[in-house]
Design a protein around this ligand. Structure first.
Ligand code: FAD
Ligand code: NAP
Length: 433
């Protein structure tokens, strides 16, 4: 198994609870497990992060081993894994962001949500980034739950941030931010937004930010009205929240989250850094956003592009560049080679979605095993190969040492943990077992 996010752990669990005698080595490039549960899920949602307790139970099963700090493509190759194991399952997630493809996207101050999320969550590869939050207006592009995470995190008060495991650097930057308005821009309408009701509902309960929705933004065309009538209850609840927000008058909280629909960015403008964003008004045609010729320029100092994550290919592993996934059928790439989670189906779905997804993949793996279709493996072990290369794997006990150190640091401050967020600090804590 390669990648220790939800897909990797759900796949490991399905294998270890099958009726075949299976051993699972779970390889992870970081010294820490749980993927986006640790480094994506918003720090003010600790209950969601608690799903890791289920993964801990899997890790405690006989036959399971964790190899952190082992990256496929860096420390071990795909071909080597194929020789060492009867079967390889890739569950490496979606490691980068989708691009807008508009002028100015690369200007300083234009960030991918992936970067901001990884930074405030303490991902060791993203701690050098410096987000200038001194500007009055921040713009978030996209109408998914990640866009709402980013908007909400920017709006949290010191009291709301204090009991979380947001990094200290991010807490300080958000507390000191000059941001007064967070403008969230969706290319389609309120009925088509990808977010979910709990997350939309939270926007109305923030201590330090008013939610602002212009009633005119919620006027639906005939097709959207019909779509709403036939829509699942979640979409109806989203729209109910928005309609209630449209009746509110701002109460003078220090920040505002403003929701804007049917607008797409056409350019990010500025002389050497972001100074404004140019939006075009859209109309819906057969459910798609089609640009009109109405444009407007909105001053802003920082832009977060939250239009989805994207899978990255691994050397030697089949990859569909357009879809950003490993081509597969139900998770089977070929007998002995499988995919699960976001790298299998693309970057959508909540944590639980990966359970069904990984179980499907493992079902095919077991079917191939029973049919004698798995290729025979060669000699050698991963441990001896890593030892030859001088790669210092972080085994599960090493992660537990990191976990203990982080929790001990957080406890006196009433925080679940204070994350170690440099490679050196993580590896040093792992050694201190
Ligand atoms: P990931 O969780 O990304 O795990 C992939 C793992 O593979 C990572 O640990 C990575 O380091 C590792 N890896 C990558 N490349 C290699 C390599 N070459 N070698 C070894 N290891 C490698 N869902 C919810 O239900 N609730 C939420 O609140 C929620 N919040 C979210 C917030 C954000 C910002 C995002 C992006 C998603 C959120 N989700 C949430 C969705 C959920 O996180 C995903 O559905 C889930 O994490 C996908 O699981 P995965 O295992 O496919 O990928
Ligand atoms: P997402 O749900 O796919 O949303 C992406 C958003 O970007 C959509 O609104 C999409 O609009 C928009 N978009 C795409 N291309 C665009 C473009 N060129 N211009 C303008 N807008 C564009 O992705 P996500 O927000 O990254 O979330 C990923 C997954 O994680 C989702 O399944 C999400 O539910 C889950 N997640 C869950 C939680 C939670 O449960 N609390 C939190 C975070 C993430 P269109 O619809 O028009 O394409």
């Amino acid at each position: 198994m390669v990648g220790s996010g939800p897909a990797g752990f759900y796949a490991a669990s399905a294998l270890l609870t099958s009726d075949l005698p299976v051993e699972v080595d779970l390889l992870e490039r970081l010294p820490t497990p749980w993927g986006l549960v640790r480094l994506g899920v918003a720090p003010d949602h600790p209950n969601i992060k608690a799903v890791s307790r289920a993964f801990e139970k899997t890790a405690a099963q006989p036959g399971f081993r964790f190899f952190g700090n082992v990256e496929v493509g860096r420390d071990v190759t795909h071909d080597e894994l194929r020789r060492l194991y009867d079967a390889v399952v890739y569950s490496v997630g979606a490691q980068t962001d989708r691009q807008l493809g508009i002028p100015g996207e690369e200007l300083p101050g234009s960030w991918a949500a992936t970067e901001f999320v990884a930074w405030y969550n303490g991902h060791p590869d993203f701690q050098e980034l410096e987000f200038d939050l001194s500007h009055e207006r921040a713009v978030v592009i996209g109408n998914g739950n990640v866009a709402l995470d980013v908007a909400r995190m920017l709006a949290l008060t010191p009291e709301e941030l204090a009991p979380t495991d947001t990094t200290d650097a991010a807490i300080a930057a958000i507390n000191e931010a000059g941001i007064r308005e967070i403008l969230v821009v969706g290319r389609r309408g309120p009925v088509q937004a990808a977010w979910t009701p709990v997350e939309v509902g939270e926007l109305g309960e923030l201590g330090g930010a008013d939610i602002v929705v212009d009633p005119a933004q919620l006027e639906l065309d005939a097709a959207s009205t019909a779509e709403l009538e036939a829509a699942p209850p979640t979409v109806k609840r989203n729209v109910e929240h928005l309609r209630e927000y449209a009746t509110r008058t701002p109460t003078g909280k220090p920040r505002q989250i403003v929701l804007r629909f049917l607008a797409s960015p056409v350019a990010i403008l500025g002389d050497g850094k972001v100074e404004a964003i140019e939006l075009v008004r859209n109309e819906l045609v057969d459910g798609r956003a089609v640009a009109t010729d109405e444009r407007e320029t909105i001053p802003c100092g920082i832009v977060f592009r939250s239009v989805g994550y994207r899978g990255v290919g691994l050397p030697g592993v089949p990859f569909d560049e357009r879809a950003g996934t490993i081509p597969n059928e139900g998770g089977r790439v070929a007998p002995g080679l499988y995919a699960a989670g976001w790298i299998k189906r693309g970057p959508s779905g909540v944590i639980g979605t990966n359970k069904k997804d990984a179980t499907e993949t493992v079902g095919l793996l077991l079917e191939d095993a029973r049919a004698g279709k798995l290729p025979s493996r060669g000699d050698g072990t991963l441990e001896s190969l890593l030892a030859e290369r001088g790669t210092e794997a972080v085994m599960y006990g090493g992660w537990e040492a990191i976990d203990r150190a982080e929790k001990a640091a957080g406890e006196p401050h009433g925080r679940p943990r204070i994350k170690l967020c440099s490679w050196d600090a993580l590896l040093a804590a792992a050694r201190d077992r």
